[in-house]
Design a protein around this ligand. Structure first.
Ligand code: 0O2
Length: 267
């Protein structure tokens, strides 16, 4: 391929990266909008630099004309999760999508690389639309935890620094720290359960409070003001106590009061 054509060739890959980043961020937004914990923490993407494409093609003995066919990661998207369990959740979500076809999965988490590298890779077929019609292409989605990402970013820059001649003592340090990252991810998994429990509690409490407030607001329209003020004060004191059981009980009783007022109005 002529070098001046690179820019045109890479254009659809840039579009694919932009689209995929928007879509993955949208998944995160959907979870958050529903008041649920999102397994996606951050999303980023990049088109491989021409120099990196040339270097990888040379390393893998790929003819320049075959680069698009044989390099899977010209378009790359990275999804960062807080916890290891979130990775499986993200992969499940991606497997169900109709706008991409997963052609290969590489699980470097259950089977880490000799360097210590851990991450889950999905190679996908994805189609973008251009002025010349649909353009099918390959892209790579890497899914990893914050901790795995920290390790691989440091290791990547060391690889770059030593250009394939990494000293043994540095390699060893990286292997030891990769081990520490595994332990860190395991420890954090315990915290995840706590976070999810707190999240459920928060959603339940928010729902309870908004039902109570809606009932009080309606009562203002139909019931005796002094009585509603008394109910409101009672609610505020229970709310300040932050006792969920009491609040549930109060909510149920208020439902009955509101229902009896509604029934009276119908008669
Ligand atoms: P860059 O600069 O990040 O783009 P293969 O399946 O082995 O034939 P490939 O493409 O080498 O083909 O697949 P692999 O091994 O799954 O690697 C794809 C990408 O994963 C790499 O792209 C890196 O981004 C990342 N990766 C793989 N191994 C390591 C590792 O040991 N350390 C770090 N830090 N990252 C790794 P590139 O093009 O090699 O690099």
């Amino acid at each position: 391929m002529e070098l001046q054509l690179w820019r045109t060739t890479l254009e659809p890959y840039a579009l694919a990266v932009d689209e995929l980043v928007v879509k993955m961020n949208h998944i995160k937004n959907e979870f958050e909008f529903a008041g649920e914990y999102s397994p996606i923490e951050t999303v980023s993407g990049r088109v491989k630099r021409i120099s990196s494409i040339l270097e990888k093609a040379q390393r893998k003995n790929i003819e320049l004309d075959d680069v698009e066919k044989k390099l899977d990661d010209i378009a790359g998207v990275r999804i960062i999760c807080r916890f290891v369990e979130d990775i499986d959740k993200v992969v499940e979500i991606l497997r169900k999508r109709s706008d991409m076809v997963i052609v290969q999965e590489k699980d470097y988490i259950r089977k880490r690389k000799p360097s210590g590298y851990r991450s889950y890779h999905l190679i996908i077929d994805y189609t973008v639309e251009s002025l010349h019609g649909p353009k099918p292409l390959r892209a790579e989605i890497q899914v990893r935890t914050l901790a795995m990402n920290f390790w691989s970013t440091v290791e990547h820059s060391l690889q770059y620094k030593y250009k394939g001649n990494m000293p043994e003592h540095v390699k060893e340090k990286l292997l030891t720290s990769a081990e520490a990252i595994v332990v860190l991810d395991e420890e954090m998994s315990v915290v995840r359960k706590e976070i999810l429990a707190a999240q459920n509690y928060y959603v339940h409490k928010t729902q309870l409070v908004s039902n109570i407030l809606a009932n009080i607001e309606n009562l203002y329209k139909i019931a005796n003001k002094r009585e509603v003020l008394k109910i409101q004060e009672e609610f505020l004191s229970i709310y300040r106590e932050d006792n969920i059981k009491k609040m549930e009980h109060f909510g149920k009783e208020l439902d009955i009061v509101a229902e009896s007022y509604r029934a009276q109005r119908i008669q």
